[in-house]
Write a new protein. Structure first.
Length: 308
């Protein structure tokens, strides 16, 4: 069975050749995986990533290079790779070698021999990550699993091997704002998870800042659950109930005790609290509305400048 290895790249000139050398230890002539193609998706890199990929193509004709017209993001790069892949099986890998190539033969055997539709991976630890980043990552997985109907394993990676049937199902999902971890879970299919210890980058710097990860988390929540909208409704009902009870309290106090002029600080607190709640609710609604607006434009997820 032919394997398509999809590798999104953005400013990764330092690791492209290292990635190729490491992957070649586990695929190729005489290996379990002998029939393959390597699809490097150059996601608008501003360094020499494309040149490094072209050098590899000169020595390996099974390498395919997809060049974007600009930076569209990793999600778009993964989708482009899946759409251009011709293999019976497809696997998505990070070029920084945080996705261990040594797992490829095991993933391949589990699909071919044990008839799984997908073999996914997750990290059992987060060694090397800043503690604050690890904390919020764990909380995100807990939150999305409770709020939505999908189930995402804590520490799950985009590194997974899939059959052609599963890949075709993923490609059929047309949304512009994509959250692949959720999409993988939503389409279903029989999936086997492999665990491994966290691996740090071999070279270069991560492109995922805390702000980008936070934005990506919001994308995932909005894409796979409407719970925040329900929460806004419940919050409105709760605040209205509290306001009604406070009105009864003030009314009874005025009748039985009297009501001298007072309460200015509490009035300010109530106004500020109500204003904050209203802005939060408007923000939640705005987040969903903005996604609806972008989806209605039906813009392509990516534009291919050239394919090598």
């Amino acid at each position: 069975m032919k394997l398509s290895i999809i590798v999104p790249c953005y400013n990764e000139e330092k690791v492209v050749s290292l990635f190729y050398e490491e992957v070649m230890k586990y695929i190729g002539v005489g290996k379990t995986i002998s029939d393959y193609e390597l699809i490097f998706v150059n996601d608008g890199s501003k360094d020499q990533t494309l040149s490094e990929c072209l050098k590899l193509k000169d020595i390996d004709s099974r390498i395919v290079i997809i060049e974007f017209s600009r930076n569209f993001g990793k999600e778009a790069a993964m989708l482009a790779g899946l759409k251009h892949a011709v293999g019976d099986l497809c696997v998505i890998m990070d070029v920084d070698l945080q996705d261990p190539p040594k797992l490829l033969p095991e993933m391949y055997n589990l699909i071919v021999n044990d008839k799984y539709d997908s073999v996914a991976t997750y990290r059992v630890d987060r060694k090397g990550e800043p503690p604050i980043r690890s904390f919020f990552a764990r909380k995100f997985y807990q939150m999305i699993n409770k709020m939505s109907d999908i189930d995402i394993v804590d520490g799950a990676r985009d590194y997974r091997m899939m059959t052609r049937d599963m890949v075709d199902a993923i490609i059929q999902m047309p949304e512009y704002h994509r959250f692949s971890k959720g999409i993988f879970s939503w389409v279903g299919f029989d999936t086997k998870f492999l665990e491994y210890e966290n691996v740090e980058r071999v070279a270069g710097e991560t492109k995922w800042s805390f702000f980008k990860l936070f934005k990506y988390a919001i994308e995932g929540l909005v894409a796979f659950t409407t719970f925040p909208l329900r929460l806004a409704t419940f919050m409105g009902l709760f605040v209205s109930f509290c306001g009604f009870m406070y009105m009864i309290f003030i009314f009874l106090k005025a009748i039985f005790i009297g009501d001298p002029v007072s309460g200015f600080p509490s009035l300010i607190v109530i106004i500020t609290l109500m204003g904050g709640i209203q802005l939060i609710v408007i923000g939640v609604i705005g987040e969903y509305l903005s996604k609806t607006y972008m989806e209605s434009k039906k813009r392509p997820n990516f534009i291919v400048k050239k394919k090598y």
